[in-house]
Write a protein that binds this ligand. Sequence first.
Ligand SMILES: C[S@@+](CC[C@H](N)C(=O)[O-])C[C@H]1O[C@@H](n2cnc3c(N)ncnc32)[C@H](O)[C@@H]1O
Length: 469
Amino acid sequence: MQGNRPHGGARKDQASTGAAVRRSAPGRGRTPPVPRGLPPRRVAAFVLRDITDDGLTLDDALAHQFGEGEGAALDERDRALVRAIATAALRRLGTIHAALDARMPKGIPAKSGLLAEILIVGAAQVLLLDIPDRAAVDLAVHHARADRNAFPYAKLVNAVLRRIAEAREAILADTDVVDAPRWLFDRWQKTYGKTVARAIVEAQRREPGIDISVKSDPALWAERLNGMVLPTGSIRLTERTRIAELPGFDEGVWWVQDTAASLPALLIGAKPGERVLDLCAAPGGKTAQLAAAGATVTAVDRSPERLERLRDNLTRLSLTADVVASDARDFTGGPFDAVLLDAPCSATGTIRRHPDVAWTRGPQDITSLATLQSGLLDHAAALVAPGGRLVYSTCSLEPEEGEEQIAAFLARHADFARAPISATEVGGIEEALTPAGDLRTLPQYLPNDTARLAGLDGFFAARLVRKAV
Ligand SMILES: C[S@@+](CC[C@H](N)C(=O)[O-])C[C@H]1O[C@@H](n2cnc3c(N)ncnc32)[C@H](O)[C@@H]1O
């Protein structure tokens, strides 16, 4: 197995050059003409640096770079290219690091500016995108020449990227390389065993399709949307498309939601008129499911910005909920017939959709989130009416945020018992049920011969019932 640490031992030196310097930076006072394709590559390099150095999410990094300097001037096509390069690079960062390591045994030289990012952006194009090798390599060389500190390494960029292009097939076929940080892969091996951990990282390499939850009549809407109905009742689109231009979007018939993310709200089994509390609700995919089932929903989230999105989504869908901006641990009300706690988590189950997650989390995040989750669970429990249901879910693959959380909760709360989940409630996906009766989806489930139509996010969910007094 090859190492897959972030490539570039010169992080500290680079960081100390300061954002203002490194984010402009033509080399040695010259102003060579800027080739047409260079700005999006340069912006992609900054996006990657925002993510790997500053811990921004991909969406935040894109918003940051498109909001200033060279990024603000990019047209829609170039922005799409920046997103494609950054996403591909993050999805296969282990592969790219291994390819660079093998051709640069001494690693990235100190004080070499954006050299690491220039190489990653170049390698992502050469290995993964439909861009001619020559254009990708030449632009990377231009990029290095225009960077004050990467300037001396322009020839090295040329040589390394050409050698990567020559070895493309072998690099992509290397099954020893893992596209996840070592600590995370080791964790998955420990939790799920070697074979399953391998299948997880394999599934995360694939670009996922788009899933849609529909208020009613999935068969009809699958036909209209040119999609397929999944066993879970979601629709999976079979083609890449602009979401807002699809039939039914303006009419508010459906919303985008990974099919695994739709399962926790289904487990509530909301009936018309029931009082249901959705804790940690924004941007509202599960609130919409509960409201569409006819429940009287209270949706709580502590982020006012995310609640704006929830309100917008409900408005488009002509659904209603009582929306409350509050820390869930301070929320009082109820008791409720059912409470859904879709807790904040490390989101390691969503890496196939959000490949940045793999490279911006650390083991300490899992520990601190597990503490937050158990506090949220205890508070949620107090809001459930006797005889009522509590569904706890996270989009994490980590047992501390799932199975272990529920075991500890049940040990603390003798007034709650597990209400085991049956396969028929989750589209018949037997393998997603734990021996205890909880839901544990893994990204490699729901296989399909067409890669883009396979898989689902990794989710955990447990259903508990408060004993009637
Ligand atoms: C996994 S997301 C929820 C997704 C949402 N349930 C859906 O289906 O669209 C977690 C949410 O928890 C919110 N959150 C984090 N900590 C919170 C807290 N202490 N109280 C309330 N909301 C919190 C975040 O703002 C975020 O919107």
